[in-house]
Design a protein around this ligand. Sequence first.
Ligand code: MIC
Length: 683
Amino acid sequence: MPENLSRQILAEHLVEGELTPGEPIALRIDQTLLQDATGTMACMQYEQLEVPRVKVDRAVQYIDHNVIQLDFKNPDDHRMLQAYAGRYGIHYSRPGNGICHYVHIERFAKPGGILIGADSHTTTSGALGMIAIGAGGLDVAVAMAGNHFEISCPEVVEVHLDGTLARPWVQAKDIILELLRQREAAGGKGKIFEFTGPGTADLSIPERGTIANMIAELGATSAVFPPDEETREWLEAQEREEDFEDIGPEEGAEYDDRVDIDLGDLGPLVAKPSNPDNVVGVEEVVGTEIAQVCMGSSVNSGYYDLALPAAVLADRDGQIVHPSIQATATPGSRQILSAIAESGVYRQLIEGGVRMLEPVCGPCVGMGQAPPSDSNSLRTFNRNFPGRSGTPEDSVFLCSPAVAAVSMMTGRIEDPREYGDAPEVLDPPRLKPYVDDLHIFAPPSEEEAERIEIPGGPNIKPPPEHEPIEESVSACIATVQPDDITTGDLVPDGAEVMAYRSNIPAIAEYVFAHRDPEFRGRMKEWGEGFIVGGHNYGQGSSREHAAIAPLQLGVKAVFAKSYARIHRRNLVAQGIPALTFSDESDYDRAEVGERWTLPNIRAELEERFEEITVSDEESGEEFKVTHDFAPQECDVLVAGGLLAYLKDQENGGGNGSGSKDAPATGEGGTPDRGAPKPEGVRS
Ligand code: MIC
């Protein structure tokens, strides 16, 4: 059977299992990516694996999220991460060098490879024809140590793009918003989207990056753009043409599903508050008053994404960003920043009144630039989950740079097609960007690396210890949540909370802070509890803190109607059973304070039962929940999490079953770096 490209790449990296959609497979990993907000926990867990040097071709640690540096917490994290990077053979991209996803497509992504990254938008690198997958920090750490990555084999959906975009007013952002409109937030779960057709060939690499990045909003595993001439030219411009691979889908390749989009039929689209799939045509929201326009994050921070708004400002003879609006622009990387500085785009933006931000994730994750109360914010970002901007009752609309450009002039959402003739956009200063890796520090030799001490800080605490699962687990329901709970609901975004990414006891104080402020009180009083959720539980980011912080509070299991892929896996990796209602109506039984018991959970997992028995202590009734754990995941849960499982294996666990005697992961593992120096410094 002629194969599509995604399956060829999977086959090339397959080390266990069969490529049958839904079946567990294990993949060899070529590259890994960490950013600072997920990297500290990942590195501390990596340390517990006791592998002296990473075993992937390329591991990169970026600093681009927690960069507000309000106090010592962020810089202590950066200092620790730089030391970890040197110590374990990881490349370190210093703060200011750019947003991980942009820098990765510039400098490292390779056609035909597999990348996993502790950030859901790792998918961006699919723009260069690789399979790039977002994962929790622990899974990335485990892959860095040379272990295979376990995943359920995805289906491959062909997205056939025909026609051309009516540029500059209709843009690549509208393609991904159209996919979100058609398929909705969980519509990509368990799927890789492979892009084909003449409309695909017409897209630049940053345009492909925008689409591949936001495929994460569909809950998808990955997006793959088969490499072509555009890819070759991009790699040449990045002075790494040798990374090009002439691969692609075989003639007549088969796919599990197909979507057809005629780009000529597309108009500008907008995602209304507060989910990226809440998509409408711009005409439906034209006239909506806005107080803010933010341009560029890990999507739409490319040269032309910023040059168009700059040109609109320059075109309007003396007109500036509307007085009722605050506008910001973020270039994706240092390369882009130097290009816009040299071409004059930067000048056009600042003269027009746009506030220029450094190349970091910034307002997209609530790091500054929160919108005013009771106002609308228009952003060219990838997510608009409730409260993510930093303003509790926020109202964030997502759009393309074209919509942002024309709207910032009037203070209302505008249809760019009404603008008239397209303004003249300044060309980049040269055919090739400045290429240097001066700010990506290569790790030192192994000998030197061994001498590197890992500095700590008062806010840096080791990950919590894990216990093997009990024969029977019983707890009260501590919260009942609706559909589409995001990881931001579990562990909020923003400078205040994200500063505690290296301190689980502290970040645990914020779990469900906005959704259910009483949750933490109940957990503290009871010592343990269950969470009940609806569909697509844990959508959004890859942050494993959304699993580790509940674990810290004593959460013993989660029951939901369905899960987002990464969060489900993070729960399992941290030893929390992510159980699914066999009969969705059992969700309605759940009431805070009621006790449920899983009388045989350990045996049911060990014996791979498809259903787990739950006893509702109030009514005395029993009902069943189910799960989709791979056999190894059952053992991981029995052992009390992936680290405990791996240690158990090392100690001769042999048959893959966890044992009650399995050592807790914390034992002899990551030291508490909270102690003041010099004790906090350890070699
Ligand atoms: C996001 O866009 O939500 C983040 C912040 O990049 C997260 C990672 C994190 O929470 O640190 C993601 O996408 O995984």
